[in-house]
Every structure is written in C-alpha cells, then in structure tokens.
Write a protein of this length. Structure first.
Length: 375
C-alpha cells in the first residue's frame, strides 16, 4: 500500500510594504473612495481654464500649430540630438554607476512618451487659455512696442524673468502641501537621468502657468522662438543628467548636474538649489548650496518612499506604478503616509553661497574651497 505524502499548501508569502501600497493604490479604489479635495480643485481649475480658452477659440491662436511647436520643443530633432549627447555624457562621466536600462531610466522614458503624446495637448490648452485670460482680463499688462531696444534684449529679458518665476513657483511647490503632492513625483527618482526632467505630474503645469506672464507682458516686443526654448529646456534637462559636472565658474550662473542633484538629495532638505536654468535666484535668496566632493553622486529620492516608485516593487511593473503615481496626489491625507515637504530649518547664509551641507543634511560652512567645485 503506497502512502501519499500530502504537502499542505505553503502559506502565501507576505507582501512587501511596497506591494501592499501598490495594491492599495489601484486607481479604481483610490478614486471611488475619499479623495484629497484640494487636488481635485486643481483639476477643476484646469478644466475651467481650458473651457474658457476653448470658448474663446484659444485667443485666435491655432491649437494644432501650437501643439506641433510644443512637440518640436519637447522631442523634436534638435531636442533629441541634445538628449543623445547628454546620454553619452552620462556614460562617460557618470555621477552614479547605473545599467544602461536601469528601471528608473525605463520609467522616465515611459513618462517622456506620455508627455509627448498626451500631456503636450494639455499644456498647449492650458498655455493658450491662460494667455488669453490674462490678455483679456488685464489688457494693460501688455506693454506697447518699444522699437529702440533690440529684440534679442527683449528675448533675454523674457527668458530671465521666466526663469525667475519658475524659481518662485518651484519654491511654492516645496512649501505648499497641495502643490507638493503634484511635485513629489519629480523628487521620487532614485536613478537620476536626463529624462527625469519629464518625470512630472501633468497637473503640475497649472502652477507653472505663472511663468508665462513675462511673455505676455512683452508680447508686442518679442516672442521666444523654438530654438530658444529648446536651448532653455536642454539646460534644465542636462541638470537632471547622471553626470558629475559642475560647470566651474559658470556654475555660479547656470544650474549644473552636480548643483541640481543636491536639490534631489535623499537625506537633506530639498528646498535649496531651486533654480531651473539659472542659479542666480538661489544665490539672491540665500538658497544656494554648491556641490563639493561629498555631494557628487549623492543618493536621490524621497526618504521612506512615501510615493510608490518603480524601484520598490519586486519585479518591474511600470504601468501599474505609473498609474499609482498619477493617482497619488488625489489620495486622502494620511499624515503617516504623506510627510510634509522636506525643507530646510534655516536658509543657508546668503553670504556663503559656497556653503555645503554634510551628508546628514545639517547646515555647515563650506569644507572645500570654491575652486574645487569645478568637476
Ligand atoms: Zn523640487
Ligand atoms: Zn529636478
């Protein structure tokens, strides 16, 4: 008589914290339960703004033409060529050693494709609508044409003013909890790369509409060409690249990868180095922390992973993680899950733009002479 050895079913493996979060973050569950109403308010504001713009025929602008121009800026030939150069630079001078197809890279590539395909129409609609609303409700804001000043000077003025307003809105993104919920995704990247510039929630663009105001004010005197916008965007994209470069003395004017990495650092306040393309605003408002040996290649991301990231799951689940990240700002507020935005307890002294912070994030004086900053 043969005996049959019956093996009881093994108990299911306990789910990791990240996988439990992934299960809890299913869009259907999150949207059908309570939501964070202020975030819904941002979505409603965007909807109303676009409805107004649409009803006004986008202020006479051609929607499709504007969309095509934006796509050229985002993923046109010149932008792709620049990104290609930056990808090579990431392999030659890496800040952190990463495989060519690291999960973070693949995930940011997905976000880049989503931006080019789906978010670009949203940005176009928001932009045209906002400009039309500002022009019609505040007509005095548009300066008349002043012929004696060359156009390049106006364009330079628009770029600098736009960058300053981007800095201001970025600070607000870190200080206002509602805005932080949309900005959190950008800071969640643990494998920084040039495409991290596209790692943004679509509705974050509502807050950055303010940066369009200089372009409206100087509408009669000059407009930013696609080339200017590509160059501006390339500086911002390169600042996110996984390269150990600081630009030397030029780092006092332009945001370098080493400089912006400090803004994304895992273990310290992230409301420093807020500049987009220019580092002058951080220095002006005492929020500049210049890189040194200790900060090059420093870890990035969010402590405790309050937002689900692609590195947290046992196997790659990019689409599920992406869906969770899109829904995340609308999650009901739970203090344990959503810590307040990381911020510094005190501003770095304005007189010590070369100051750095130790690995633990504590403010400190520069421990290297500023000339060592150049990498
Ligand atoms: Zn930020
Ligand atoms: Zn960034």
């Amino acid at each position: 008589m043969s005996s049959v050895l019956v093996t009881p079913n093994p108990p299911p493996l306990p789910l990791s914290t990240s996988e439990r979060r992934l299960a809890a973050y299913r869009p259907s569950t999150a949207l059908s339960s309570r939501v964070y109403l202020p975030a819904v308010g941002v979505a409603a504001l965007a909807t109303v703004l676009i409805a107004v713009g649409w009803s006004q025929h986008w202020g006479g602008e051609h929607f499709t033409g504007s969309l095509v121009s934006l796509r050229v800026v985002l993923v046109g030939p010149l932008s792709l060529a620049m990104i290609g150069v930056f990808l090579v630079a990431e392999r030659v001078w890496p800040a952190q050693q990463r495989p060519l197809f690291a999960r973070g890279y693949r995930h940011d590539l997905l976000l880049t494709a989503v931006n080019a395909a789906l978010v670009a129409p949203l940005i176009t609609a928001l932009t045209l609508s906002f400009v039309e609303v500002v022009r019609t409700s505040l007509p005095w804001i548009v300066l008349p044409r002043i012929g004696m000043i060359p156009q390049w000077a106006w364009i330079a003025t628009i770029v600098v003013a736009m960058d300053g307003l981007n800095w201001f809105v970025h600070l607000a993104n870190h200080r206002v909890r509602l805005l932080w919920r949309f900005h959190e995704l950008h800071h969640s990247q643990e494998d920084m790369n040039v495409l991290t510039v596209f790692r943004t929630h679509p509705l974050i663009h509502v807050s950055y509409l303010l940066a369009l105001v200089p372009g409206v004010v100087l509408l009669a005197n000059g407009a930013l060409s696609i080339t200017v916008l590509v160059v501006y965007g390339s500086i911002v994209a390169f600042a996110h690249s996984n390269t150990r470069l600081s630009f030397g003395p030029l780092g006092r004017v332009f945001v370098s990868p080493n400089y912006h990495r400090i803004h994304h650092r895992l273990d310290g306040p992230q409301d420093v180095n807020l500049g987009f393309a220019l580092s002058i605003w951080d220095q002006l408002f005492g929020r500049a922390v210049f890189p040194n040996h200790a900060t090059v290649g420093i870890a990035t991301g969010l402590p405790g992973r309050p937002l689900l990231v692609e590195q947290a799951t046992s196997r790659p689940r990019h689409l599920a993680v992406f869906a969770a990240q899109m829904v995340a700002p609308f999650r009901p507020m739970r203090e344990a899950e959503v810590p307040p935005p990381p911020r510094s307890t005190s501003c770095p002294p304005a007189s010590s733009a070369g100051a750095t912070r130790g690995p633990g994030g504590s403010p400190g004086r520069a421990n290297v002479p500023s000339e060592v900053v150049a990498w």
